[in-house]
Design a protein around this ligand. Structure first.
Ligand code: ADP
Ligand code: MG
Length: 349
């Protein structure tokens, strides 16, 4: 191996994922003759400016970075890998239609193991009505890597970008937040216990909801269907893969606005709150910084408030402000605290 003597080289750990993407792609511009409506910077790209554009997005899942097979069953992994991708199409207010699945596997895996993975993929495709249309397969020196690309469609006027939020719009989130992160904490804790005492029989029944949120998330097709039924087109939308705080800041930065969130409005499940107490993790840390909820965060025009205010699928958690008012959350005691995007940053952990 050649030794690297150049001390001016930049370690990736000093950059962070999003600045890196920005840096690597800054010299690329869209060729007008190719009719790409939206490239880098949203949950999915939007191909074509015409009435029914195609949406496309892809995601990479790497063993021991994104999942740990010591507690993730392969069938669940296959299911979740599809959900993660569908979620990016729903985040554009679109309908997913096809997926391509690329896998790289080491010889540690058997045919039966991959069959299990594909059982999960098949179940997800069937439930969400998407076709598996291709992919690629390779051997790998180590571990398992999954890369999935999803295609979808939407009516042009219904597409919700990250950039459309306006001052006074209401910030809305689907479902509840932070449970997937707490599920991960419980699974990691049990893994450590198991290492010390392989005969231990963990009782995970008090954490069923959190563990299910971690291992078997559902992408929020029901929320997209609800919006259609209520005739609400969100002014902006993003899915929550990396933590509420970081996604909220992404949405605000794209829209060039600020936001105020209210602690007492953040939807959290009772089991998640109890697990936070037990593991001494502050609720708001799990809610704001924990990732993998795959809920939708969106903004609506205040005139749509009446249509959703009592709907159990969604919660209004705050509103949009001027950009110069920054990104803040207000505690139960009325104190304003700046939102921090510590969420999942692939290159810093
Ligand atoms: P999400 O969290 O919704 O999956 P990401 O945060 O991964 O989105 O990506 C943000 C944007 O950057 C997306 O538009 C994505 O397509 C783009 N992107 C991510 N990685 C790369 C890359 N290596 N080269 C070009 N574009 C990228
Ligand atoms: Mg996304």
């Amino acid at each position: 191996m050649l030794e690297n003597k150049n001390t001016s080289l930049t370690p990736l750990s000093t950059i962070g994922e999003f600045p890196l993407i920005k840096h690597l792609t800054k010299k690329f511009s869209l060729d007008p003759s190719l009719d790409t409506e939206c490239g880098i910077g949203d949950d999915s790209a939007v191909l074509s400016k015409r009435e029914h554009p195609t949406l496309v997005s892809s995601d990479l899942l790497i063993e021991n970075i994104h999942f740990d097979l010591s507690y993730v069953p392969l069938k669940h992994l296959g299911y979740k890998a599809i959900m993660v991708n569908l979620s990016d199409i729903f985040a554009m207010n679109g309908t997913p239609t096809q997926v391509l699945v690329n896998i790289a596997v080491s010889n540690r895996f058997t045919l039966e193991a991959l069959e299990e993975l594909y059982e999960g993929i098949a179940l997800a495709c069937k439930r969400y009505k998407v076709d598996l249309i291709g992919g690629d397969t390779s051997s790998a020196t180590k571990g398992l890597t999954l890369s999935i690309t999803v295609l979808g469609t939407a009516k042009k006027e219904n597409i919700a970008y990250r950039k459309g939020a306006k001052k006074n719009d209401l910030l809305v989130v689907s479902g509840d937040i932070g449970a997937a992160y707490m599920g991960l904490q419980v699974l990691e804790r049990e893994k450590e216990v198991f290492k010390v005492n392989p005969k231990s029989q963990p009782d995970l029944s008090p954490y069923t909801y959190c563990i299910e949120r971690q291992l078997k998330p559902e992408a929020r097709k029901d929320v997209i269907d609800l919006l259609e039924k209520l005739k609400i087109v969100p002014t902006s939308m993003i899915d929550i893969s990396d933590g509420l705080s970081s996604e909220c800041i992404h949405l605000c930065k794209s829209s060039k606005v600020g936001c105020r969130l209210y602690e007492e409005k953040i939807p959290m499940d009772p089991e998640m709150l109890r697990t936070c107490d037990e593991l001494s993790i502050p609720n708001m840390t799990a809610a704001f910084q924990g990732g993998e909820d795959y809920e939708l965060l969106f903004t609506i025009n205040p005139s749509d408030y009446e249509k959703i205010k009592d709907n159990p699928l969604v919660s209004v958690i705050g509103h949009i402000t001027d950009e110069n008012e920054g990104y803040y959350w207000v505690t139960g005691l009325g104190q304003s605290i700046e939102l921090e995007a510590q969420g999942w940053d692939a290159l810093k952990k």
